[in-house]
Design a binder for this molecule. Sequence first.
Ligand code: DMJ
Length: 673
Amino acid sequence: MYSGAAAAAGPPRRDFISVTLGPEEAVGVGGYNNSKAWRRRSCWRKWKQLSRLQRTVILFLLAFLAVCGVISYSSVGEAWKSITNKSLDEQRTEQEIPGLKLANPAVLPAPQKADANHGDYPELSLQKPPKPLHVRRGPSNLQIKAPQRDMRLKTRHDTIRAVEQLVEAHKVEKTEKSIISWRGAVIEPDQSTEPPSSKIKEPEKPSSLEAEDQKEPVPINERQLAVIEAFRHAWKGYKDFAWGHDELKPLSKSYSEWFGLGLTLIDALDTMWILGLKEEFEEARKWVANDLVFDKNVDVNLFESTIRILGGLLSTYHLSGDSLFLEKAKDIGNRLMPAFKTPSKIPYSDVNIGRGTAHPPRWTSDSSVAEVTSIQLEFRELSRLTGDEKFQKAVDEVMKHVHTLSGKNDGLVPMFINTNSGQFTHLGVYTLGARADSYYEYLLKQWIQGGKKENELLEDYMRAIEGVKKHLLQRSEPKKLTFVGELAHGHFSAKMDHLVCFLPGTLALGAHNGLAADHMKLAEALIETCYQMYAQVETGLSPEIVHFNLHAQKGHKDVEIKPADRHNLLRPETVESLFYMYRFTGDKKYQDWGWEILQNFNRYTRVPTGGYTSINNVQNPSNPEPRDKMESFFLGETLKYMFLLFSDDIDLINLDKYVFNTEAHPLPIWVPA
Ligand code: DMJ
């Protein structure tokens, strides 16, 4: 169609369609008529010309189209409204953490801010933390109960942890990727540490722990409070002058490094948990989460890092239920595995945890027997938790091998073993002290850990105790103290290391687990001796080594101390045994002896500005000659055993459910009594 004016103005345009409806309406003789009246009349005429049926069908179609139009209009409107109303916040969260929907987006703080909130607990009016993220497994009495305030703190801690774990989960994903590529670039493939196993099981938890959660906690007493105070004092020094380093040097207000892995902090984690020092624990946890890195070019001692670091992380995982510690345990466990790549499968003493290489000490290819046979509790537990049997296989092989070796003397083992030949070396010297001590301890404890089924372990333990009785036991003069000496090529020496004082506790633990009753008698005699190693000394603190008098001499005590041996390193063994003895006998004298020892530590080793120090001379109360070093085991073991010794709550680390590693880190018994 085109307008008349346009037609007059020029040639007709071709961009239109012409519809011819009928002869009357055709543009024809009369010319073009476009009036409204003409069009209305024409339509009406057309309508009239249709049959009734045609008209009905057309009306019906029109009505149907009208109804469809109304319906589709209203649903498109709703959809539009919901798109435009979606909050910007929600949209942002989905973009930043794909696949993650926060349970309560309006209440939980944004994940990125969790770290900043951690220290001072801002007003977190939080709802239930997302459950699967943080499952507490420890007995209730290990979880700081009582006052209302603590409960509120607990909620805060749980929630903060939950939020941190969300963030962690994302960090782990990211760093895993970057570590793999970094390693590939720097470390030769055959030297690299194996990546963590993909077969990861959920940790198995002793069934008894659930029930314990319901029990009322036993209130802590004055002596326990004194231990808490001592711990806080030690921690203050560490925090102020050595934070994140291996050991505090409390006098010079500095630190020393051994492995550069925050040894004291890791060793102390489960002690803080047990003592109920939650704020300190949270602070330390944060360091583990953010600063503990094992991917370092550093040589570590296999035994020491296993008992202190791997053991500490595993026990803290069990007590807190916090998967961070299990992840770290897996990491260090994998990095220690190259130590077992030796011709004999007897591990080397040292491992470079960054390079994945291992070697013996520079001057020998021997390892010490205690070191290679006292890493089993930890690696076996790591296998159980990860479902990866390589850890357990490696350490079980060592035990099986040592079981069959010749060179023992009625179950007593020499102090060294060669990593090439797999044979004992330096034959003929037998001690329950340094380099052999925890071999005996771990025979019994592995047997207990595994549910008392591994008979070879029990056999070796029982035979060894018979060997001790036959070759190493003597009585001193004048007090007739029973002590454990040493045998060197057939000659008895009345020398006893303080380290041997683990033995009464181990004997008592064996007797508690059904072994010979005379083991308990021997334990009672030996713990008396260990106590006398403190009581007969001027400061009331034991030296590192004593020599017992075998013959009565006027004016002489039972205990003699050589100048080279009169230092005290804040060691735990006597307090450890006192704890077992009190647990199993209930005799309060053991608590009183422990109390005396704690007071003497406070008197002679406490540094006013924070921390405790080893001393050089236990015989000089006016100048014990501080050494300026606080060993990590003072927090990991000595103070922990003190606290447990003063407790009357047998469920505070129940000895039918947990077995302590040689660094006082409790690990679950697989088949609890
Ligand atoms: C700790 O590292 C362990 O107890 C180990 O078994 C022996 N030495 C120290 C404590 O004395």
